[in-house]
Write a protein that binds this ligand. Structure first.
Ligand code: CP
Length: 361
C-alpha cells in the first residue's frame, strides 16, 4: 500500500475506508490519525498498555521529569475551529506531560483565514513552526485533505483528527476503548460484552468511531437505542454486517438496560440541525438515565458518556461506582499522551522506564 506522498489526492480520496486505514499506518504505526478504522486490536492493546504505564510513571516527580524530557524539543499546534472542552484540554495536558510546547488557534477570526488565506496555507503555516497538528473541524474530511497536503510538502508533520464533522472522532473512541479495557480488565476484557449506545446516534461522531473500533473484539453485541429520527445510520450497520458483528436496533431504552455490560449515553447533537428547532421536535425524554434505572443495571455494568451532557444522565447517578464518565474523561489525557508518544516513537522508552522503575503491584 502506498503512503500519502505516493498517491494523488484524487486516488487517495477514492480509496475505501479500509484502504485509507492501511495507508495511514506506515510500518504498522500511526502517523496521521484520521480514522478509527486504522486501529486494529494489536494497536488498541498496545495503546492501552502504554497509557497505563504513563499513568503509573506520572505518579511521582521523577517519573514526570522523565516523561517531560521525552518531547521537550517538540511543539504542537491545537487548531480547534469547533468548540471543545475535554478534547482540547486533554490534548493540552497530554502534550504537557510529554514536554511538548503548545500553540493554539481556537477562533479562526483571529487568524489570517479572515484575510482570505486558504485552509491549506493556514495548515502549511502551522507546519513551519510546529511538529504536530491536532485539528477539530466542522467539515468532515478536512483533516484527511490536510494530511495529504502536508505529506506532499517538504515539511510533512502528523495531523491528529480531534473530531471532524459528524463523521469521525477517533481519539474519543480510543479513550472509550481504554475505559472499557480498564473496566472489564478483571472480567475477560471487552470480548463477549454487550454495548448499548443511546441517544442521537445519527449525528454522533463518537458513536460512529467507537462502533468501528469495537469490531476488533470477539463476540461483542452492539445495540443502538434511539428514537427513530436519531437512529444509527445504515453505513454503520453495513460496516457491522461486513465485519460479521451482531447488532440490535431498538427504541426501548428501559428494556435494554438489564442486559447491558456498558451503556454509552449521548446528547442530542442539535448543532447539526438543518433548521433551528428541528431536534426539539423529537421526544428524547425516554432516553435519559435516572436514579431509578440503577436498580435495572447489572452490578458489573458500566455507564459511559463522551460528554458534554445535558440531561441524559442525572447528576444523582454520578456517585454510583458503575458511573465511569469522569474516569472516562481523564482517560482521554492518558490515551492521547500514549498516542502522541507512539506517533513519535517514544513508546519503547516509556516501556523500558516503566519496567525498570515501577514495582509490579
Ligand atoms: N467528548 C468531547 O469531544 O468533548 P468536547 O467537545 O468537550 O471536546
Amino acid at each position: 500500500m502506498r503512503t500519502l506522498d505516493q498517491i494523488s489526492w484524487e486516488n487517495f480520496s477514492a480509496l475505501s475506508l479500509g484502504e485509507k486505514a492501511t495507508a495511514l499506518m506506515p510500518d504498522d504505526r500511526p502517523y496521521h490519525v484520521l480514522l478509527a478504522q486504522q486501529f486494529q486490536r494489536r494497536h488498541l492493546d498496545a495503546l492501552g498498555d502504554l497509557a497505563t504505564r504513563i499513568r503509573f510513571i506520572a505518579k511521582n516527580r521523577e517519573g514526570m521529569a522523565f516523561l517531560h524530557s521525552l518531547m521537550a524539543y517538540r511543539r504542537a499546534m491545537l487548531y480547534f475551529s469547533q468548540p471543545s472542552s475535554r478534547t482540547f484540554l486533554s490534548f493540552c495536558a497530554a502534550c504537557e506531560i510529554l514536554g511538548l510546547a503548545i500553540g493554539e488557534v481556537r477562533d479562526t477570526s483571529t487568524s489570517s483565514e479572515l484575510k482570505g488565506e486558504t485552509q491549506e496555507d493556514s495548515v502549511r503555516t502551522f507546519s513551519s513552526y510546529f511538529d504536530l497538528i491536532v485539528m477539530r473541524t466542522k467539515e468532515a474530511g478536512l483533516a484527511e485533505r490536510m494530511s495529504w497536503v502536508l505529506s506532499n510538502t517538504d515539511r510533512p508533520i502528523p495531523i491528529i483528527n480531534a473530531g471532524s464533522g459528524r463523521d469521525q472522532h477517533p481519539t474519543q473512541a480510543l479513550l472509550d476503548i481504554y475505559t472499557l479495557q480498564r473496566s472489564f480488565a478483571a472480567r475477560g476484557g471487552i470480548d463477549g460484552k454487550r454495548i448499548v449506545f443511546v441517544g442521537d446516534l445519527q449525528r454522533g461522531r463518537t458513536v460512529r468511531s467507537l462502533a468501528a473500533l469495537l469490531t476488533n473484539y470477539r463476540d461483542v453485541t452492539q445495540c443502538f437505542c434511539a428514537p427513530p429520527p436519531f437512529q444509527i445510520q445504515s453505513d454503520i450497520l453495513s460496516m457491522l454486517d461486513a465485519a460479521g458483528v451482531r447488532y440490535e436496533v431498538s427504541a426501548d431504552f428501559t428494556g435494554m438496560i438489564p442486559g447491558a455490560d456498558a451503556i454509552y449515553m449521548t446528547r442530542v447533537q442539535d448543532e447539526w440541525d438543518s433548521q433551528i428547532g428541528d431536534s426539539a421536535r423529537v421526544d428524547v425524554s425516554q432516553y435519559c438515565f435516572r436514579v431509578e434505572h440503577l436498580s435495572l443495571l447489572k452490578p458489573t455494568a458500566v455507564l459511559m458518556h463522551p460528554f458534554p451532557r445535558r440531561n441524559e444522565i442525572s447528576p444523582d447517578v454520578d456517585r454510583d461506582p458503575r458511573a465511569k464518565y469522569w474516569r472516562q474523561m481523564r482517560n482521554g489525557m492518558w490515551i492521547r499522551a500514549a498516542l502522541i508518544a507512539t506517533i513519535f516513537g517514544h513508546d519503547q522508552a516509556i516501556r523500558e522506564y516503566h519496567e525498570k522503575n515501577i514495582p509490579v503491584a
